[in-house]
Write a protein that binds this ligand. Structure first.
Ligand SMILES: [Zn+2]
Ligand SMILES: [Zn+2]
Length: 261
């Protein structure tokens, strides 16, 4: 089993040491993990330091190893329509194995917090989120998989969290999926949605459509910020991927490795 999305205290919103997360992964029966710490950019209303330096990252992970557990080094890169150059600079500063591209900020507001939701209906907020995602995947090339496609449902500030049917934003979402396919990019199944809204981010219909359009690269991740969530609901995600793709991917040196399921 693999968990390709987790955060240690290198991320501004997590506080556990890399070694604690690795021990939890071993205990959960995982054989390979990838740390994917937050590298986010600019926010109108500050909620703390949203990035880290390459030196911090290197120091935090240099001595972390466990027999029987492969540990890869990745990043969760916050995509915005305007940060292509900054992202390229930061990606060049460390030899990452894997890069998740995620949309956390829309119009420079962190969608996790109330300020993004105040002047919009929930449907307007969802639409704005997907429109921004389309802009981001169009502009950016420096990521390997698109993170948690329906994450807008996870925000605790969302007044009407729900499982978003593909049908509701089909035009935009299909364009996002086509763009990923055209660029040879993948998609992750993020299991953190199961507890929050009762479905993966994104759910099966998005993954099926991605496959139909020619998508090939898929990863799984718990998005654990604490040891108790490492590896959570990964078996369920792998079972879904087995049905739709027949395999799951890991990464080394920014290249996908395919594992038959
Ligand atoms: Zn994220
Ligand atoms: Zn994350």
């Amino acid at each position: 089993m693999f968990d390709y999305h987790m955060h240690s205290r290198v991320s501004y919103d997590a506080e556990f040491a890399p070694a604690q997360m690795a021990l939890a992964a071993k205990a959960a029966g995982l054989r390979e993990i990838c740390f994917t710490d937050h590298m986010d950019y600019s926010q109108k209303i500050p909620h703390g330091e949203i990035s880290f330096s390459p030196g911090e990252y290197r120091d935090a992970y240099r001595d972390v190893s466990l027999p029987g557990l492969t540990i890869r080094h990745g990043i969760e890169l916050g995509l915005t329509p305007w940060n292509r150059q900054e992202a390229a600079r930061d990606l060049a500063a460390f030899p990452y194995d894997f890069v998740i591209g995620s949309i956390h900020h829309v119009d420079e507001l962190d969608i996790y917090f109330p300020e993004f939701w105040l002047d919009k209906t929930p449907r307007e907020a969802e639409r704005r989120y997907f429109e921004t995602m389309l802009e981001c995947v169009t502009v950016h090339d420096g990521f390997d998989v698109l993170g948690h496609l329906t994450y807008v449902s996870k925000s605790p500030s969302n007044p009407a969290p729900r499982i978003i049917p593909l049908e509701d934003y089909r035009d935009i979402v299909e364009e996002i999926l086509r763009t990923l396919v055209r660029k040879g990019k993948g998609m992750e199944i993020n299991t953190s949605g199961l507890d929050r809204i009762g479905d993966f981010f994104p759910g099966a219909e998005y993954l099926r459509r991605f496959r139909e359009l020619g998508g090939e690269i898929v990863t799984v991740g718990s998005d654990a910020h604490t040891p108790d969530r490492v590896g959570r609901q990964i078996p369920e995600a792998l079972s879904l991927l087995k049905d739709i793709f027949g395999y799951v991917c890991t990464f080394a040196d920014r290249k996908p490795v395919f594992h038959k399921l």
